[in-house]
Design a protein around this ligand. Structure first.
Ligand code: NI
Length: 378
């Protein structure tokens, strides 16, 4: 029995989520809405112990357990669209389409529920909180609620593709993200007596320049990597040599070996440059998220399914942005699919918008792909 009103109902849910964006770890109303809609249909809630987000289980088959993940959180951006359902919360907006992801995955859960008796395996449908601060996936994985999943599918809105087009690609599709902060410890003095100081400012200048050579000299030019220093700060007065200088930034890589090599070079260069001038240094290195690497076999199945369902398929465009979906792929294969949501401003732009016509076909695709993967062997 298919609910013929489902596409319209999903449209309403999407507009409701869009009007009421909630930031990372504050997705209380969105979570309440999802739980209400799905438990009303008798879908089993899996306990996570988390305040926001939710995991549901569908199916009784003995075949593979497939995870399907959508994220829920919004961004601290003032919406500038003219949509009739634009955000009614000042300074908050669904500018990355996570309202779309929540709706699509919710629709897929309802479709899977309709086929529950026939499902050869089980689906674990994940509504993940806090993607934007890269904390949510770790929380869900850490809760143990998705331990049984043998493969994971994730989706993302893509405003460079029209509705009806999917982006699929084997291999790395989103970068690993590392954050760094270096405190250079010198010795302060009067600006007129540099010989009595260990001035951290020229050390910082040399260090910034030296770090520019890490990617260009240590990494294969055919392998994408980025090292950006985004914040540099030292001193407050024009007549005082400061004690310390600070730099901060981020590293993006697609390949684990590059990630490790950059980290190693960064430490060696930073420690050596500081030592050369008698300064000390403290390096904080946060390996925030791994790269999202699409499994070849899952990608082939995703393409077949897309062709069967009448989607156009394009190669995903490369990006050095990060996605914590990678947390779900640490010990199992996965597939991250970009879903064309109609041409629009880019993700995180105050005029970013999703065409709601993309919702229903995406829900059908996610449900069909999840079921299809239950017929694979893992
Ligand atoms: Ni996003």
């Amino acid at each position: 029995m298919t609910d013929t009103n489902l596409p319209a109902r999903l449209g309403e849910i999407f507009r409701q989520l869009h009007r009421h964006p909630e930031l990372a770890l504050e997705e209380f109303e969105s979570t309440r809405l999802v739980k209400q809609v799905l438990t009303e249909q008798g879908i089993e809630l899996v306990e996570t112990g988390l305040n926001t987000g939710a995991v549901f289980r569908i199916g009784h088959g003995n075949g593979p357990v497939i995870g399907l993940r959508g994220d829920m959180d919004a961004l601290p951006i003032q919406e500038e669209t003219d949509l009739p359902y634009r955000s009614c919360v000042p300074g908050k907006m669904h500018a990355c389409g996570h309202d779309f992801h929540t709706t699509v995955v919710l629709g897929a859960a309802l479709l899977l529920k309709e086929r529950e008796a026939e499902l050869p395996g089980q689906a674990l449908v994940v509504f993940q909180p806090a993607e934007e601060n890269t904390k949510g996936a770790k929380l869900v994985v850490g809760s143990g609620a998705v331990d049984a999943a043998q493969a994971f599918v994730g989706i993302h809105s893509y405003p460079s593709f029209p509705v009806g087009t999917l982006g699929l690609k084997t291999g790395p599709v989103m970068a690993a993200v590392d954050w760094f902060r270096v405190v250079i410890r010198g010795q302060g003095a009067h600006a007129a007596q540099p010989h009595k100081s260990v001035d951290p400012v020229p050390v910082m200048a040399v260090l910034i320049t030296a770090l520019q050579t890490v990617v260009s000299r240590a990494i294969d030019p055919f392998s994408p990597a980025v090292l950006s220093i985004t914040h540099a700060e030292a001193g407050r007065a024009n007549n005082v040599i400061p004690e310390t200088a600070v730099i901060e930034g981020t590293v993006r890589t697609l390949r684990p070996a590059d990630r490790e090599k950059i980290r190693e070079c960064f430490h060696r260069i930073t420690e050596s440059v500081c030592a050369a001038w008698g300064a000390g240094c403290e390096i904080d290195w946060d390996s925030a998220i791994a790269a999202v690497i699409n499994d070849g076999r899952l990608c082939d199945v995703g393409r077949e399914m897309a062709a069967e369902m009448g989607f156009a398929v394009k190669e995903q465009e490369d990006t050095m942005g990060g996605e914590d979906f990678s947390e779900f792929l640490q010990n199992r294969p996965g597939l991250f699919v970009r879903i064309g949501t109609g041409l629009s401003y880019v993700n995180h732009h105050p005029r970013f918008a999703v065409d709601p016509d993309a919702i229903w076909p995406a829900s059908r695709y996610c449900a069909a792909l999840t079921e299809r993967l239950m017929r694979e062997t893992f």
